[in-house]
Ligand binder design. Structure first.
Ligand code: UT7
Length: 325
């Protein structure tokens, strides 16, 4: 049986120039390089320049992904941007990206699922691409998390960074089995009863202000490993594969201890885990495509390999995708 699959044909990442080290943050809050490294694995993060908007980061990543796919902005008929730090309340950042890239009239919208945004966006794109309704989709995760920080709160401001990652997704013919290239399965979850664990304390229709990120980190941590492991197992079942068959595990980069915990729980070899949290910190929706771009560009991820993506974040939301690259 011939089926249409959503195939990732190009990947690109962009990090702003400014590096902020843990030592730099000791001048801002009462913290230490040792505490941050030991509790999170983070050594540094990037910060966007004041004149950069999140669409600027997204456009840089998108250009690289399009070049890798051998496509032009004129080919793009669907743009989905996963972001929690949009340029404006409206229009959607995806529409601003469309204008800045010079893409023709098509479909463009944002997905708001915080750190799970990229997994949600990729699964959403599949609904267009695998039904023949988009021929060249850009799926982007882009964030300027440093602008959501309360710089007096040491328990959150040391954890996040800025960046963007993008993939080009195009339809490809498959046989309907696990040898197909493309997205093979996914699982998405949300539990609004856990909102108080991780949220921003402002918004258009409540305070009229942007607000700052608030997190009960140790509570989020408690849910992370269990939730993520369940979503991975469900996504693997949806794809019809075993977790052992996965070549590369590309987790959301929030905390090295969470990455290790999930890998251990599912028996994933640590050599198969792509880790960027040390250099990028938590870039929310950007972290998975940024990590993917790094491992593709340094030659670790090869065509035909099976990838497992997972994330968890505010909402709480979480999810996982299995795809053959
Ligand atoms: O991407 C979205 C999902 N988010 C996550 O996955 C984040 C999940 N949570 C975490 O990664 C961890 O919970 C944290 C890294 C945020 C915190 O690590 P923890 O081991 O859970 O520490 P804790 O919150 O229980 O705090 C332990 C201590 C506290 O001091 P006391 O009360 O024991 O005296 C904090 O005040 O560490 C203190 N602390 C700090 N000390 C130095 C908190 N932040 C800092 C800091 N520097 N930056």
């Amino acid at each position: 049986m011939s089926v249409l699959r959503s195939v990732v044909t190009g990947v690109g990442g962009y990090l702003p120039d400014e590096v902020v080290t843990n030592a730099d943050l000791t001048k801002v809050v009462d913290t230490s390089d040792e505490w941050i490294r030991e509790r999170t694995g983070i050594r540094q993060r990037r910060r966007a320049a004041p004149e950069q908007a999140v669409s600027d980061l997204a456009v840089e990543a998108a250009r690289k992904a399009l070049a890798a796919a051998g496509r032009e902005p004129s080919d793009v008929d669907l743009i989905i941007v996963a972001t929690t730090t949009p340029d404006l309340t409206f229009p959607a950042t995806a529409v601003i990206v469309q204008r800045k890239l010079g893409c023709p009239v098509g479909v463009a919208f944002d997905v708001q699922a915080v750190c799970s945004g990229f997994v949600y966006a990729l699964s959403t794109a599949d609904g267009f691409v695998a039904r023949g309704r988009a021929k060249c989709a850009l799926v982007i995760g882009a964030e300027i998390m440093t602008r959501l920080m309360d710089w007096t709160d040491r328990s959150t401001c040391v954890l996040f960074g800025d960046g963007a990652g993008a993939v080009v997704v195009e339809p490809g013919e498959g046989r309907g089995d696990t040898t197909d290239q493309g997205l093979l399965g996914f699982a998405l979850r949300a539990d609004g009863s856990k909102q108080d664990l991780l949220y921003v304390d402002g918004g258009v229709s409540t305070t009229g202000q942007v607000g700052k990120l608030r997190m009960q980190g140790n509570q989020v941590f408690r849910h992370a490993v269990v939730n993520i492991a369940e979503a991975i197992t469900a996504a693997a079942a949806d794809a019809g594969v075993l977790v052992e068959e996965v070549d590369w595990f590309i987790p959301h980069q929030a905390n090295l201890r969470i990455l290790d915990g999930v890998a251990k729980r599912l028996g994933i070899d640590e050599k198969k885990v792509v880790v960027t949290v040390g250099e990028h910190a938590n870039t929310s929706a950007a972290s998975i495509p940024l990590a993917m771009a790094q491992a593709v560009n340094d030659g670790r991820i090869q065509r035909g390999q099976m990838l497992l993506l997972e994330a968890m974040g505010g909402g709480l939301t979480w999810g996982a995708c299995v795809l053959r690259y």
